[in-house]
Design a protein around this ligand. Sequence first.
Ligand code: PMP
Length: 401
Amino acid sequence: MKNKYAERARLVKPSETREILKVTERPEVISFAGGLPAPELFPVDALKIACNAVLNKEGAASLQYSTTEGYIPLREAISQRMKSIGINTTVENILITSGSQQAIDLTGRLFINEGDIIICESPTYLAAINAFKSYNAKFVEVAMDDDGMVMEELEKKLQEYPNTKFIYTIPDFQNPTGRTLKLERRKRMIELANQYDVLIIEDNPYGAVRFAGDALPPVKHFDTEGRVIYMSTFSKIFTPGLRLGWICADDSFIDKYVAFKQIADLHTDSFAQRITAKYMELYDIEEHINKIKAVYKERCTVMLSCIEEFFPKHLSYSKPEGGLFIWIELPDSVDSGQLFAECLENNVAFVPGAPFFPNGTKKNALRLNYSNMPKDKIIEGMKRIGEVLHRKLEKERKFPV
Ligand code: PMP
């Protein structure tokens, strides 16, 4: 049979991280690879109660086809959350999506023509790279420092690439770096977007998981022209398995997203939406999020102190105030892909950094997740990575390459 695939099938390769995750699922492996929340924090008992309440009171409706925009009480609850973080919004501005991953994919369908430029942080979220690439976008990467995307660099790129469609940014506890865009830069990003007439896609799954420092308003808070499309998710504050995310944007954008979502899946799972809305009616989700923050804070602190204790000195690494990830930059000579293979032999895993750079490879970085492992496993796993790293650097000193 001749190749029957559409041209775009060439643009999509199986995600390297997914392949890595498969290997790391072996029970003996201490994995800092996935971006998985702590499963012991999922509110299973409360969900049983919410689930029963939904089935008892609204059984048939919860199992019926529903509207594309989403279940109104859930959209209302989200709209309240948006207001509480400084985004002035109404129910009409909220569209429920099947995870925020769908919001990213729909953004690609809606905005990207072949060859359009997307400006992003360097590095950035792998599954957004893959989604936007499948629509034939070209990426322009902007350097980051500890305070997020560097605005002078962003301006240069906007001047250099007048056909930029949007800036894709993860301002809070970014995936993969854990870094946060500082306040002045949020304001500047809006000024630049207005000046160069580009959209901003603000992907913010982690902002609600801040466990240190002061909360910052989202980029959309400073939006004066309706050019920021904000997206978030229940995955990190509730459960990822229910696959519930949302888009918050001006009505005209929401209408277009709705049309495209209808094509994709008609609507997001009605049952999951109602269970989540019921949970939020019966329980205080903020209380639940506070529990998550306390656990992640402890795990992050342990992991950071393990870097100091077990890893070679003078590595540069992020010190997140929230979210799920720490990013480590190793000496230039270390290929984190090779390091990964050696660590896996010692039953410990992370994600090598290269795939997070859309245009190429910076081989000496890696991403560590701390949310999914208890303290004792974090200590043991970090010890193992530290030993492999020490051996590797020791060898290099003997045989410089
Ligand atoms: N955006 C970013 C930056 C992410 O890290 C993730 C998941 N890890 C998503 C979007 C997608 O999340 P979900 O589809 O579970 O809402």
